[in-house]
Write a protein that binds this ligand. Structure first.
Ligand SMILES: Nc1ncnc2c1ncn2[C@@H]1O[C@H](COP(=O)(O)OP(=O)(O)OP(=O)(O)O)[C@@H](O)[C@H]1O
Ligand SMILES: [Mg+2]
Length: 170
């Protein structure tokens, strides 16, 4: 089963990915945890380059599916259709079986991000608002795959609901 976590900066993706990986491993399942961009030595170096570079073109930023559709397709205005088209070839039709979208408003996101952050995290509130709205638009477009959750709920409670969703699916 292929599970992804989406949401704006600080919405809890890393936290939930870790909790799910731990719970599934405790169930005795083989878990491969990764992140995008990143996950391999080359991938991590590309991540560093993309997130730290001062000037990166929106098309260069466009990575794996949902975040690219939200950030570059909608928030940066490249267009969902065109970014989807770019992705279709790269992902060879491999879509997540389930995507958990952690909803958080831009103000709470800003509160959770302590440090100045990377190039994307330094974007302004208007950009964060566009991304948040873009994610809600995507959730409405892919209702079978994307499960939207209130990212302000306690992490343990979210983790339990996510784990149940994954167990039911597989
Ligand atoms: N449900 C939650 N309620 C309150 N705080 C949370 C919750 N989930 C995560 N946090 C806190 O918010 C911060 C960001 O969490 P996390 O790193 O998991 O988010 P992220 O979506 O991976 O962020 P990034 O986009 O920067 O990678 C951390 O300090 C984390 O402890
Ligand atoms: Mg993270």
């Amino acid at each position: 089963m292929f599970v992804t976590f989406e949401g704006i900066d600080g919405s809890g993706k890393s936290t939930q990915a870790r909790l799910l990986a731990e719970a599934l491993a405790a169930d005795g399942r083989d878990v491969v945890a990764t992140r995008e961009p990143g996950g391999t030595e080359a991938g991590e170096r590309i991540r560093e380059l993309i997130l730290s570079g001062p000037e990166i073109a929106p098309w260069t930023e466009a990575g794996y599916l949902d975040s690219s559709l939200a950030y570059q397709g909608i928030a940066r205005g490249l267009g969902v259709e065109r970014v989807l088209e770019l992705n279709v070839h790269a992902i060879r039709g491999i879509l997540p079986d389930r995507t958990f979208l952690l909803l958080l408003d831009p103000e709470e996101s800003a509160r959770r991000l302590r440090e100045p952050g990377d190039r994307i995290e330094r974007e302004d509130d208007a950009f964060r608002s566009r991304v948040a709205a873009a994610y809600e638009e995507l959730a409405a477009s892919f209702p079978e795959r994307i499960v939207a959750l209130d990212g302000t709920r306690p992490p343990g409670e979210l983790a339990q609901e996510i784990l149940e969703g994954v167990r039911q699916h597989s």
